[in-house]
Design a protein. Structure first.
Length: 369
């Protein structure tokens, strides 16, 4: 018997701009699957429970001629992001029905795993060495912590955003008590964890976001100075509350320029992402005018990718973070959108300045078990 298998398909490259639901990313109900009979070929069949709309999905939709750190998304395939799935059937040793797994997975309800992401297996001979092989990330079994955390927490502080914040902060920041850090996009999934890690280490935290509701959220997370960059100029805040010892960049562009201007000598700039550039063409990128100060102030500018630092830092993350969360020393909030059909709009919202005003990591609830 065939069961409907809804999905969200990457239909058309957006060029510049935010992907338009129904045009570039489309919810479809036309596929079906035989849940009892579909061949597993040594793999396993999963049902998707939750999915995570993420900025890197837009980066993968870029035009084919634009290089970046990740492989391209493939037209006609479902979108791919981090997700939580439950195993229905398995032919793979060590994976059993009822197991919950977290990792990169396609935006469809039922999937025979391992899914060949984007059908574009990474070929190191052809791709430049900065290409990040999305295909290589496998689903990992989520240890059930006896109901200690809701599953959605694996999308925020206990999942990829938490790991990213931990890797960048512990691996690049050299943070010392009493120093001052500025976190842009401080209400984002990554930024909200950085704020808390910095406070736990005794830093003064300045944080910005594009909505007043998020300013309240950042204050609740412990930020000493929280502001809405749409209504308060960044330079004014940094002039008053700087200089900075550390800048955590989630956005790129003119925010980096402001951070360079108000950095102390020997400050560290940790380049985690540049979301203001994901939906624009190369010619529209903001030209930073004060790069000379990098030399004059001997600033250290360091980009990082969590998967590169994870082999060294993930064991500490998985040992320390669940304890801190269980003790309430690090908190998280998720903003749940119900239904895969609402996935395209949730994805687009991530890419808007001040988007997702409810604050908290956006999560799409596809199904409950
Ligand atoms: N280096 C790594 O390994 C790694 C891993 C994961 C994520 N990242 C990066 O970390 C950053 C945060 O990711 P996330 O998953 O935490 O994000 P998220 O929770 O999805 O939040 C995204 C937020 O970015 C802000 N934003 C969107 N468009 C913007 C624009 N044009 N200009 C300025 N801000 C804009 C919006 O908040 P406000 O405008 O209200 O601030 C939006 O809510 C992104 O740059 C992402 O690419 C890096």
């Amino acid at each position: 018997m065939h069961t409907e298998n809804p999905r969200v398909v990457f239909k058309e490259r957006p060029g510049t701009g935010i992907p338009v639901p129904g045009e570039h990313v489309v919810f479809e109900r036309s596929h079906s699957i035989d849940l009892d009979g579909v061949p597993l070929n040594g793999g396993f069949l999963t049902k998707t429970l939750m999915l995570s709309p993420e900025p890197f999905m837009r980066e993968r939709m870029r035009d084919l001629c634009i290089p970046s750190y990740s492989t391209h998304a493939v037209l006609g395939d479902p979108l791919v992001s981090f997700g939580l799935v439950v195993v229905l059937r398995s032919e793979k040793e060590g994976i059993n029905p009822g197991d919950h797994l977290y990792g990169l997975t396609p935006w469809e309800v039922y999937t025979v795993q391992p899914y060949i992401h984007g059908r574009s297996k990474y070929d190191p001979a052809e791709a430049p060495d900065y290409t990040y092989d999305v295909d290589a990330l496998e689903l990992q079994i989520v240890p059930d912590p006896k109901g200690a955390f809701p599953w959605s927490r694996y999308f925020s502080v206990l999942g990829a955003p938490g790991l990213t914040a931990f890797c960048g902060f512990e691996g690049c920041a050299d943070a010392k008590a009493g120093e001052t850090i500025y976190v842009s996009s401080g209400a984002s999934a990554v930024g909200s964890v950085v704020i808390q890690l910095a406070k736990a280490k005794g830093l003064k935290v300045i944080a910005s976001a594009g909505a007043d509701s998020k300013v309240e959220y950042m204050r609740a997370l412990g930020a000493d100075v929280a502001f809405n960059y749409k209504t308060t100029p960044i330079v004014e805040v940094l002039r008053e509350h700087g200089p900075l010892d550390i800048y955590w960049d989630n956005v790129g562009g003119k925010t980096v320029e402001a951070a360079i201007e108000y950095s102390r000598v020997h400050a560290r700039l940790i380049m985690c992402g540049c979301i203001s550039e994901y939906a624009i063409g190369p010619e529209e990128r903001y030209g930073i005018k004060n790069t000379g100060l990098i030399f004059k102030k001997r600033l250290r500018v360091e980009g990082f990718l969590a998967p590169e630092l994870a082999p060294r830092l993930a064991p500490r993350f998985y040992a320390e973070m669940p304890v801190l969360v269980a003790e309430g020393k690090i908190t998280a909030k998720e903003h749940i959108t119900e239904g895969l059909e609402n996935g395209p709009a949730a994805m687009a919202a991530v890419l808007k300045e001040g988007g997702n005003e409810a604050a908290g990591k956006p999560v799409i609830l596809v199904a409950t078990e």
